[in-house]
Design a protein around this ligand. Structure first.
Ligand SMILES: Cc1cc2nc3c(=O)[nH]c(=O)nc-3n(C[C@H](O)[C@H](O)[C@H](O)COP(=O)(O)OP(=O)(O)OC[C@H]3O[C@@H](n4cnc5c(N)ncnc54)[C@H](O)[C@@H]3O)c2cc1C
Length: 457
């Protein structure tokens, strides 16, 4: 039996937990960071980073396949999946080493093992009792399935999809949200025949409807098949593959079924409810300052209802550390957190969709401008179609930006500044964008909303 005492104890070292630990140590608090797996959590090891490595390898494959369009002699001879794996693992392990070094350099004590909350200020890890003046719960999430849909064999989740040592010839993907469309995009670029099954009426259903429709056109053009608005019913598998049946009786045959129906909170059997933490369907309920039902006990990241994104976790972690240190940080609203889907094409958005802005402010009190990337020199050069839509309140600020096209994820920084700073198009329109960049498309849309379009009508 051993006992350790800290100012702050953080349970889980993913994006939310390690950010809380780093910021708290910067503010002079002593920190114990408990992790049962690897620091960095889902995002670094099985989420954001490795999937973006796959997407980059997919982009290179498309570049080779389309090289002749640009006058370059190249042929795509296939995908060396072992080579992709070496590249992917190299990126992850280098980032992992960097993060371990940073945590150590900040003087944070890492405690390896599975923790269980035993009181509002105590976490038990094996025979070690770890006590904090404050505790932050940051245990993250896991790949969910549907009732009766068992994962195993040819029915896989994103964790197994990352580790595949072959490119499937045919694949069915259950779920047309971010994770589903990113894997679909990768596999299609590598030559697979892909079919997505989405119960809602659109792919990327959380985006502005106009963007979802453009996205569907782009995926259709790439030859990615999808079924919308019909629910999954069942799957059977044998040595050769899977047969998926939908509620309307349609069937889809494939080598594999990827289940990408969302992520559930990892909060079961960790002592949370026994200690008195309010939990709803597994999610930890907090107030807007991320404090749970128990004063002084906080929760961050994917276990808190809302967007499940790494940068939300980072910001939650920073917020909670500052809150505990008495700095009274500004509340983070989910609506103004940027979202990027890194498929081909990319989708990036922040703030309210046009429909939600109309609900909030009234249809007559908002306007929007849709700039077609066909008019943007750099987009034309790199061969992408797409658009940038900005929604504003009339005589008021920009409240939403919605983009689709290759590389538009890189434009979200400026978009989120405009939304979060409540900029008026008239204020940002005179600020200069370099030519030729895709950023100019944002500039053109601001100019148009300020009543002085340059390269548009
Ligand atoms: C395939 C995929 C792609 C993604 N791509 C993106 C992306 O591009 N951009 C983006 O913003 N987000 C992306 N995400 C989401 C992102 O990974 C999560 O939002 C983020 O990791 C959440 O951080 P977290 O700290 O809440 O949880 P996690 O990262 O899940 O970390 C929780 C940690 O707690 C540990 N833990 C759990 N229970 C215990 C316990 N009892 N004791 C000790 N340790 C424990 C776990 O081992 C884990 O390390 C992706 C996710 C997936 C699955």
């Amino acid at each position: 039996m051993s006992e350790q005492n800290f100012d702050l104890v953080v349970l889980g070292a993913g994006s939310g937990g390690y950010a809380a630990a780093l910021r708290a140590s910067q503010l002079g608090l002593t920190v114990g960071l408990i992790e049962k797996g690897k620091v960095g959590g889902t995002c670094l090891h099985v989420g954001c980073i490795p999937t973006k490595a796959l997407l980059h390898a997919a982009e290179i494959a498309d570049g080779a396949r389309d090289a002749a369009k640009y006058g370059v002699n190249a042929t795509l001879n296939g995908i060396d999946i072992a080579g992709v794996t070496t590249y992917r693992q190299g990126i992850v392990s280098s980032k992992y080493k960097g993060l371990q070094g940073l945590i150590k350099a900040r003087g944070i004590t890492t405690i390896e093992g599975e923790g269980r909350l035993t009181s509002p200020t105590t976490v038990q890890v094996g025979d070690q009792t770890i006590t904090g003046k404050n505790v932050v719960l940051a245990t993250g999430s896991y790949s969910r399935s549907l009732p009766g849909l068992e994962i195993g064999g040819r029915v896989i989740t994103s964790e197994q999809a990352l580790e595949l040592d072959f490119v499937p010839k045919t694949v069915a993907v259950l779920g047309g949200g971010v994770i589903g469309v990113e894997f679909s995009s990768v596999w299609k670029s590598w030559g697979s025949d892909v079919t997505i099954i989405e119960a809602l009426p659109h792919l990327v259903p959380n985006e502005d409807e106009a963007i979802s429709k453009q996205f569907e056109r782009a995926f259709r053009k790439r030859g990615i098949k999808f079924s919308l608005g019909v629910r999954f019913q069942s799957v059977v598998q044998n040595d050769q593959g899977v047969v998926v049946t939908l509620e309307n009786g349609d069937t889809i045959e494939a080598e594999l079924l990827l289940v990408a129906v969302g992520r559930g909170p990892s909060t079961a059997n960790l002592g949370f409810e026994e200690v008195g933490v309010t939990v709803d369907r597994g999610f930890v309920i907090t107030n807007e300052r991320l404090e749970t039902s128990i004063p002084g006990l906080y929760a961050v990241g994917d276990i808190v209802p809302g967007l499940q994104l790494a940068h939300r976790g980072f910001q939650h972690g920073i917020f909670v550390a500052e809150e505990i240190a008495g700095l009274k940080p500004v509340i983070i609203e989910d609506v103004n957190i940027p979202k990027v889907t890194y498929s081909d094409p990319e989708v990036a958005s922040v703030g309210l969709s046009e429909a939600k802005a109309a609900d909030k402010y009234g249809a007559d009190s908002i306007s929007s401008y849709d700039y077609n990337l066909a008019g943007n020199g750099k987009s034309h050069i790199i061969g992408t179609a797409g658009s940038i839509k900005i929604v504003r309140v009339n005589d008021g600020p920009v409240v939403g930006v919605h983009m689709i096209g290759a590389r538009v994820g890189e434009l979200i920084g400026e978009a989120q500044l405009a939304v979060n700073w409540e900029a008026y198009p008239e204020d940002v329109a005179p600020l200069i964008h370099a030519h030729p960049t895709q950023n100019e498309a944002l500039g053109e849309a601001f100019l148009a909303l300020a009543g002085k379009p340059l390269h548009a009508m």
